[in-house]
Design a binder for this molecule. Structure first.
Ligand code: NAP
Length: 328
């Protein structure tokens, strides 16, 4: 096959096409992959399933796949690419379910936010007749479930592949082409390095958001209604992150313990330095620190990983009508 077309703003080529793709878990990420795969024509057939009967029913109503099966084992039958999209703690169970039903030569992947633990959990069950290539699309929202997904979720976001040494170069290229066709930029690294990088860029920020929102809830001397009313001062930006799925994040911290604890140690040291600067009234130290962090934000904008609109692009209401008495 030698064809190329552009859909959803991305180039789709033959190597990203799979006759049958199976998706296990139809939450935010699984349903987004399913939507994108169908919209872009990346598979002859998309077969999907979910552990929850309600989600399967909803997926049917939304037309998320060509076929919805009741079990994980049925979904992977004859699939050329299998992508598990379940909470980090559930990948081992999924691998066990599907192991004896996989087609020889199939690519098996995942989307877990932690890689070393998921790789270990799945590899323990998967046969060596398949190509196992773990992946993590670094894209998401604070919403969960099949209604939350959308086909464009991965456009201009990164997808990190963490193949084991046993993975075939051809399988890696094909999975890379699939993610690129969904609009993602793809990078490859070891699972251990992924976990360290994501500990600082994703896991620690979530922990801080969960902490600060919890602290505000338990404050004495400031009422809850005041916290909500004056949240535009910065607090509400943390609440978006702290609204993320509790199951997903519980599993992330349980499974990336060492890297998170390492980053938390660094963070606590820096927090102590800032605490000291505030206590001593050291304005120069505070100014120098805040100038450095401002440059990081500018760097993120300059590589197109966020929009430059002020206040994260939130719409601002118009001015109130001018009163009669105020007329000049
Ligand atoms: P989600 O919206 O909660 O969906 C996960 C789905 O998997 C649920 O419908 C769940 O059903 C189902 N499930 C759980 N165990 C299963 C099993 N053994 N077999 C079949 N289905 C099962 O989660 P998500 O946000 O899409 O996250 C999925 C994965 O993507 C996680 O590994 C997460 O680390 C990763 N990820 C998430 C984001 C993000 O921002 N959300 C970003 C990148 C990567 P029940 O509800 O019945 O358990």
């Amino acid at each position: 096959m030698n064809w190329q077309l552009e859909v959803l703003g991305t180039q789709v080529n033959a190597s990203s096409f799979f006759p049958r793709v199976a998706i296990i878990g139809l939450g935010l990420i699984g349903s987004s992959i399913a939507r994108g795969t169908i919209a872009l024509g990346l598979a002859g057939e998309v077969v999907a399933t979910d552990g929850s009967a309600d989600v399967r029913q909803r997926a049917q109503e939304l037309g998320l796949a060509h076929r919805i099966t009741d079990t994980n084992a049925e979904a992977v039958q004859d699939a050329d690419l299998v992508i598990a999209c379940v909470p980090v703690g559930a990948y081992g169970a999924v691998a066990k379910d599907i192991a004896s039903h996989l087609k020889s030569g199939a690519i098996v992947s995942d989307v877990g936010s932690v890689k070393a633990a998921v790789l270990k959990d799945m590899a323990a069950h998967l046969p060596d007749t398949i190509d196992f290539i773990p992946a993590h699309p670094v894209a998401g929202t604070e919403h969960s479930g099949p209604d939350a997904g959308f086909a464009e979720l991965f456009v201009n976001r990164w997808c990190i592949l963490t193949p084991s040494e046993a993975a075939s170069p051809d399988g890696i290229e094909r999975l890379k082409a699939f993610w690129q066709a969904l609009g993602a930029n793809v990078e490859t690294m070891t699972a251990e390095h992924h976990d360290l990088v994501l500990a600082i860029t994703s896991h620690l920020p979530h922990l801080i958001a969960y902490t600060i929102v919890g602290t505000a809830e338990e404050l004495e001397g400031v009422t809850e209604s005041e916290v909500l009313k004056f949240s535009a001062g910065g607090f509400r930006d943390f609440t978006r992150i702290a609204a993320s799925d509790p199951t997903m994040w519980r599993d992330v911290f349980l499974n990336n313990k060492d890297a998170v604890l390492e980053m938390l140690g660094e963070f606590q040291e820096d927090l102590s330095k800032l605490t000291r600067a505030i206590r001593r009234g050291d304005g120069d130290a505070l100014f120098e620190h805040f100038s450095r962090t401002r440059a990081i934000r500018r760097g993120i904008l300059s590589i197109g990983q966020d929009a430059a609109s002020p206040d994260f692009g939130r719409p601002h209401q118009g001015l109130p009508p001018k009163g009669e008495d105020d007329k000049p």
